[in-house]
Design a protein around this ligand. Structure first.
Ligand code: ZN
Length: 178
């Protein structure tokens, strides 16, 4: 397993709609394992494949079950589709591709998701609360959408200015690339 380099805003790969997965092979399982290792190394709760430069419909997530229950809650979803949603919630979201910034986004409270597991079997699951937030955030990535797309132009401009400073200060990108 390996920690993969993250892609940061405004990398073009984050703007492109990803491709369905059709081969459930060893290479795919290695990508799932590498994405899991990357997510844990970066202390994230979710990661989409295009955030590590792979434009395929795959996401991993591990949302803590509660403050007291730290047992693993790992999920890998391939070709995910939301088949039902209801309710609404606001949550202060962050993103590994946007280090150091956060913004409140309104999303469905409950979602039912259908997906393939790494063996190609169809699974269906109902998620609520932060699990549902994380899933919707990662599924947006697979469609080339990021959480700042939901913000007003003014709020987005201010946050992206902070982001640019963070990326340069942390040595994650060259000033010329922004
Ligand atoms: Zn994200």
């Amino acid at each position: 397993m390996a920690v993969l380099p993250l892609r940061y805003f405004p990398d073009d790969v984050l703007r492109v709609k990803t491709q369905p997965i059709t081969a459930f092979d060893a290479e795919l399982k290695r990508l799932v394992a590498d994405m899991a290792e990357t997510m844990y190394a970066e202390a994230g709760i979710g990661l989409a494949a295009n955030q590590v430069g792979r434009s395929v419909r795959l996401l991993v997530m591990d949302v803590p079950r509660s403050n007291d229950d730290k047992t693993p809650n790992f999920k890998a979803m391939l070709n995910p589709e939301i088949v039902a949603r209801d309710g609404s919630q606001n949550y202060e979201e962050g993103c590994l591709s946007f280090p150091g910034i956060q913004a409140s986004v309104k999303r469905a409270l409950n979602v039912t998701v259908r997906y393939h597991d790494p063996d190609g079997q169809t699974q269906e699951e109902r998620l609520t609360g932060l699990d549902a937030v994380c899933l919707q955030h990662e599924m947006d990535h697979l469609d080339g959408i990021t959480f700042v797309d939901y913000l007003s132009p003014l709020k987005r401009r201010l946050l992206l200015r902070d982001l640019k400073r963070n990326l340069i200060e942390r040595g994650l990108v060259e000033e010329a690339a922004l």
